[in-house]
Ligand binder design. Structure first.
Ligand SMILES: Cc1cc2nc3c(=O)[nH]c(=O)nc-3n(C[C@H](O)[C@H](O)[C@H](O)COP(=O)(O)O)c2cc1C
Length: 394
């Protein structure tokens, strides 16, 4: 477990103690008026204006005290309670349109989904195969919730793609400043751009004024140093970004080591933009720890933790746990005609196995599968036994 652990929050602990609920307040206030009614009708208080004022003040303070008393007794959820938004993180090779559709069919509806990156294109035309994963359809590609992502450092290529996204109805576009793959970073793309403030500033100057949809950025703390982002946030503050998604690792860490939530906090506090936290949310406790530590953050992006436990967001929202079998069947069916189907399923099991398969024996067998029938049979015996085969238990 990478994130520090804190005792689990009690229900409603997020509620500020005196948050104002207009509906409840209105009800209680009308109660107070009704209590004063009989006196006023008799004309007693009308004849004594001083007493009348005192009575009204007492009634008001009685009302508000009653409200606070009832509120504290019941700890009613109020309209000020934080509304958390959950984003699916982009995992290239896993969270494609098929995954996104099957996930939402069998588990929870996501608030937003960031699509895996599309590289900038040279030339003056976007071909359908460049963007086929995000083309709007009836299932997974709701343009108001799916956010297309571009990787690159060339403003013209970025604008070409984002114009197409705008035409397709997408509400925003994301710039990838986080990819840690050495093949990408050495070309000054992804997290490879983070030490180059001047290139980033020029890109934003050339791009932002010409965009017809808002831009968000997904970033890490830096490439080799954890300080790159701290130096960039004041620059980002000069542009009207939709949001800043921060994965608090450096590029050179790849996915190793731990996330640095202290550095996240520094950057979050410096930023004038809406922040999305991303990184190592694997359990409900991880989420509760972060939500308590960062009460102003309402946006949470989850990737590997959600593949590891497909019910994670449902569990955070206290929704019933859904079985995974039909989801896996749908995924397999949808990919069946594709040559890379076995590779796809293995990629998913790299994370899913971590959550489902305690001994690791099933995952190891899946990784060694040579045919799809072998995979199907393994899965059948595992799931047929309620996911509790002798070799692997939840
Ligand atoms: C296999 C894989 C593919 C990824 N593809 C992308 C991508 O296309 N775009 C991107 O911004 N991040 C990508 N990421 C990074 C994730 O979106 C996320 O930032 C990272 O996994 C940390 O979040 P998590 O701990 O919740 O998984 C990828 C990560 C993995 C492991």
């Amino acid at each position: 477990m990478a994130l520090p652990q804190t005792p689990q929050l009690r229900p409603n602990e997020h509620c500020p103690p005196h948050s104002y609920d207009p509906l409840l307040s209105q009800t209680l206030s009308s109660c107070g008026k009704r209590l004063g009614g009989p006196f006023l009708k008799k004309g007693f208080l009308k004849k004594h204006p001083k007493l009348n004022r005192k009575f009204r003040l007492n009634t008001a303070s009685f009302t508000s005290n009653l409200y606070i008393f009832i509120y504290n007794m019941l700890k009613l959820p109020t309209s000020n309670q934080p509304q958390h938004n959950f984003y699916l993180a982009p995992l290239r090779g896993i969270t494609d349109r098929v995954f996104r559709a099957a996930f939402e069919k069998h588990f929870v509806r996501l608030d937003y989904m960031l699509a895996p990156f599309i590289p900038t294109i040279r030339g003056d035309r976007v071909k359908e195969h460049h963007i086929k994963d995000i083309l709007p359809d009836n299932s997974s590609n709701d343009p108001l919730r799916l956010i297309p992502q571009i990787i690159g450092n060339d403003s013209d290529g970025f604008l070409l793609l984002s114009r197409r996204f705008a035409d397709l109805g997408f509400a925003s576009v994301n710039w990838n400043l986080g990819c840690p793959a050495p093949l990408i970073t050495k070309k000054k793309r992804g997290s490879g751009l983070l030490p180059h403030k001047d290139i980033i500033k020029k890109f934003l100057d050339d791009t932002v004024p010409k965009l017809s949809i808002p831009l968000s950025i997904k970033t890490r703390l830096g490439l080799n140093s954890k300080d790159d982002l701290e130096a960039l946030v004041p620059i980002f503050n000069n542009y009207p970004l939709k949001e800043l998604i921060i994965h608090p690792r450096t590029g050179s860490q790849l996915y190793d080591g731990t996330v640095d939530v202290d550095k996240f906090e520094i950057c979050m506090k410096m930023s004038t933009h809406s922040i999305v936290y991303n990184g190592d949310i694997r359990t409900v406790d991880d989420f509760n720890y972060l939500a308590k530590r960062f009460p102003n953050v309402n946006n949470w992006m989850i990737g590997r933790g959600l593949i590891r436990n497909l019910n994670l967001i449902g569990e955070i929202k206290k929704e019933p746990v859904q079985p995974i079998q039909k989801f896996l069947d749908d995924l397999l069916d949808a990919h069946l005609n594709r040559s890379a189907v076995l590779g796809r399923m293995k990629e998913i099991w790299r994370y899913l196995g971590d959550g489902l398969d305690e001994t690791g024996a099933l995952t190891e067998k899946i990784m060694r599968c040579k045919t799809i029938d072998e995979y199907k049979n393994l899965l059948k015996s595992f799931l047929g036994n309620g996911g509790k085969s002798p070799v692997c238990q939840r």
